[in-house]
Design a protein around this ligand. Structure first.
Ligand SMILES: Cc1cc2nc3c(=O)[nH]c(=O)nc-3n(C[C@H](O)[C@H](O)[C@H](O)COP(=O)(O)OP(=O)(O)OC[C@H]3O[C@@H](n4cnc5c(N)ncnc54)[C@H](O)[C@@H]3O)c2cc1C
Length: 376
């Protein structure tokens, strides 16, 4: 385990200021529904606008239509978006991990087909890993791909598939043989394929981003297989460094926090609110340093899976503490139907924050990844 302290260079700070200026104009306060970090509204036009600025697919290879920039530069853009609760839902998964997975493991044809469209903000991806009987123990998945002429037939059920309802593709992990780890393979499945049923699941806050996805004899051509047959487990594991170690793991309620700090905390008055704000800022600053350090590791070709698990384990519990702190200072339960968008967002956070330590791997599982990582 290694997290080396790092800071933004002058060029990186210039990018940060460009993004801030652009977002001040593109997303004036009140012009969009506030999101809880990555669990935000899908706004395809906003995603396309970011794509036209060169701020999606930033770290994907230039020769395939990506930005050819660094993971740190991508972090800078994402941090500004999440700080405003921006509508990032449409491009989120593609930009964070599916594009990188395709760039690393895809065929020439797949890279040319997907990467330019991801960088233009034109594609919505979902990730189909979890199943009704397999979440933490992902290697026990049962959805199966059986070889047929020219491709594969998929049968089984995925669940909790975020954004599948509006997605163009589901990058799914399925079983291609009985070998627990080496019998898993990834496929890029077009959501319009016959035999797929995508049913939304209502979440606690009344949103419908989660889905159940049922495959019944879904034909997938072999050209949609991502990577070698049997390589799915290791590909999926590398994706987790991108999924777990980023700023999204500690920025879910950032717009609530900044609003609370600006309007309700008076540093000259002292007291509990000032104490709590100081404590939150201290922890935020540490998490930011950790995510930045992880992005630098990705930029030099490392796969900091253990470090990313460490960030997610600590940061998602911190996010839940933040929600509790703001509610404590409000002095009553926030109202989901409030006309104040920040109070309504806080009420949503109260309802959904328990899921922050579950999605992307539970706290217990992450502790075990960290423990194994430091022993290795
Ligand atoms: C908001 C949200 C979005 C999600 N989005 C997606 C998505 O887009 N795609 C996708 O594929 N999945 C998604 N998931 C599913 C998520 O990855 C799983 O819920 C998660 O991995 C846990 O799996 P499970 O729900 O089956 O719980 P289980 O694995 O059954 O775990 C139940 C409990 O047992 C504990 N436990 C399990 N194994 C161990 C162990 N070995 N040691 C100690 N404790 C253990 C867990 O920590 C947990 O507390 C999402 C989940 C949520 C809540």
């Amino acid at each position: 385990m290694r997290l080396v302290p790092t800071r933004l260079t002058a060029e990186e700070l210039d990018l940060q200021s460009d993004v801030r200026s652009y977002l001040d104009q593109r997303l004036p306060v009140g012009s969009y529904p506030l999101g809880l970090g990555m669990a935000a509204t899908a706004d395809p036009q906003f995603s396309r606008d970011l794509g036209s600025k060169g701020w999606l697919g930033m770290s994907l290879p230039k020769e395939y239509g990506g930005g050819g920039r660094s993971a740190v530069e991508r972090l800078i853009v994402v941090e500004e978006l999440l700080a405003r609760g921006a509508p990032v839902g449409y491009h989120w998964t593609a930009d964070r991990q599916s594009g990188a997975n395709i760039a690393q493991n895809g065929t020439e044809e797949q890279k040319r087909a997907f990467i330019p469209a991801i960088a233009r903000g034109e594609l919505c991806f979902a990730i189909g890993m979890s199943e009704p009987d397999s979440g933490s123990d992902l290697a026990s998945i049962k959805t199966r791909a059986s070889r047929v002429d020219g491709g594969w037939l998929l049968n089984g059920t995925k669940v909790w598939t975020s954004y599948a309802g509006g997605a163009d593709y589901i990058l799914t992990l399925v079983r291609t043989s009985d070998d627990r780890h080496h019998g898993l393979t990834q496929f890029i499945v077009d959501t319009k394929t016959e035999g797929m049923t995508i049913s939304p699941i209502e979440f606690l806050d009344g949103t419908w981003e989660l889905n159940e996805v049922v495959f019944v004899d879904v034909f997938v051509p072999d050209s949609c297989r991502l990577g070698e047959v049997g390589a799915g487990w290791s590909q999926n594991t590398s994706e987790l460094a991108l999924e777990r170690g980023g700023v999204d793991r500690w920025m879910s309620c950032m717009s609530i926090l900044t609003h609370w700090a600006a309007l309700q905390v008076d540093p000259s008055a002292g007291g509990h609110a000032v104490f709590d704000l100081g404590s939150i800022v201290a922890r935020l600053w540490a998490f930011r340093g950790m995510s930045l350090s992880i992005a630098r590791m990705v930029d030099v070709g490392e796969s900091p899976v253990t470090e990313a698990a460490l960030v997610k384990e600590m940061a998602t519990r911190f996010e839940q503490d933040c929600v509790r702190t703001v509610v404590k200072h409000l002095g009553r339960a926030p109202d989901l139907m409030s006309e104040d968008p920040y109070e309504s967002l806080l009420a949503r956070a109260v309802l959904v924050s328990p899921s922050w330590t579950i999605r992307g791997g539970t706290t217990e599982v992450l502790r075990s990844v960290v423990a194994k990582g430091i022993k290795a």
